[in-house]
Design a protein around this ligand. Structure first.
Ligand code: SF4
Ligand code: SF4
Ligand code: FES
Length: 319
């Protein structure tokens, strides 16, 4: 079958911007996108730059944007892409600097991984029930399956607007060490403290894209939620993100719903500087009729809701 591939090309030596190139090519049964790209390079255009190694979804190096979504080219079937999208477009990972064609610069990615100190901290090991074997320990929540492909970072909506955000892969890696029964207790606290600031765990908007694109079902967003819970359980509650979550939960528990009039106060407190900061937003909300009664009103069934929340809290597993 003859297919048209639209491949995003960029050669920094001659191009000022990236441009699409259409290549018509005969494909065989059972081919992956990577198989096709390698053949295109060998038979049509030797200048095409791409990165790959294992061809078996192990090394993580062939992640790219295929038909608008982050995927490993070596495990993406041409036939399925064609059935779903009616076309094959290939581009480099989004939100990474492009070196050439489909090859991106992973240096910022590795810097963020290094920043979370992805190694065990020495010290007296924490004791946990069943914490003997560590390889594929259920406590790791599959985070240790990460192959560092960068797909989650490319798909991350926060990373798109804030390149300094630690990002889903690095935060998942931090969670993996938080879960390690050999990690010293003091190191856990230091590890979590380092993630509280700007660009840390509280910047995630929980859009879920990192979970959707991860080829290894690492579920980085769930890892971030575990890091947040662990932080709250250790009393790290002064950041805006922590205060937002605690304020949200306490309002729902008290009134059965979010009260937008009180929520900003829950986040900034009563400090004059914080109040001045949110005043313009408060005025805008009031003028647009979006300011509910700060005292709220009790919902019928509020007692039932409180009971549900109490039971849900009791059922939460320890982090
Ligand atoms: S859930 Fe959070 S970390 Fe994952 S892609 Fe969305 S913003 Fe990024
Ligand atoms: S978490 Fe998943 S998507 Fe992100 S780098 Fe690891 S394997 Fe790739
Ligand atoms: S070539 Fe190794 S994951 Fe695709």
């Amino acid at each position: 079958m003859r297919l048209t591939f639209t491949i995003q090309r960029f050669n920094p030596e001659v191009d000022s911007t990236a441009h699409p190139q259409e290549i018509r090519f005969d494909v065989g049964r059972g081919m992956t996108v990577l198989d096709a790209l390698i053949r295109i390079k060998q038979e049509c255009d030797g200048s095409l730059a791409l990165r790959y190694s294992c061809r078996s979804a192990i090394c993580g190096s062939c992640a790219m944007t295929i038909n608008g979504s982050e995927k490993l080219a070596c495990r993406t079937s041409l036939r399925k892409e064609l059935e779903r999208h009616g076309q094959i477009t290939v581009a480099p990972l989004r939100n990474f600097p492009v070196i050439k064609d489909l090859v991106v610069d992973m240096a910022p990615f590795w810097r963020k991984i290094r920043d979370v100190q992805p190694w065990l901290s020495p010290g007296s090991a924490r004791r946990r029930e069943g914490g003997g074997g560590v390889h594929s320990h259920p406590q790791f929540h599959n985070v240790d399956a990460c192959i560092m492909c960068g797909a989650c970072v490319a798909a991350c909506t926060v990373h798109e607007v804030s390149k300094e955000f630690a990002g889903p892969a690095a935060l998942a890696k931090a969670d993996r060490f938080l879960s390690d029964p050999r990690e010293a207790r003091a190191s856990t606290k230091a590890r979590l403290s380092a993630l509280q600031g700007e660009h840390g765990i509280w910047d995630c908007t929980r859009c879920n894209f990192c979970v959707e694109v991860c080829p290894k079902d690492v579920q980085p967003m769930e890892a971030i939620i575990r890091l947040r819970r662990a932080s709250l359980e250790r009393g790290m509650t002064t950041t805006g993100g922590a205060r937002h979550i605690l304020g949200f939960a306490s309002l729902v528990e008290q009134q059965g719903r979010l009260n937008e009039a009180l929520m900003p106060l829950k986040v900034v407190g009563l400090a004059p500087r914080g109040l001045l900061h949110i005043l313009p937003l408060g005025i805008k909300m009031f003028l647009k009729g979006k300011m509910p009664n700060p005292l709220g009103h009790a919902f019928p069934g509020l007692g039932h809701l409180k009971d549900l929340i109490r039971r849900a809290k009791r059922a939460l597993p320890p982090v």
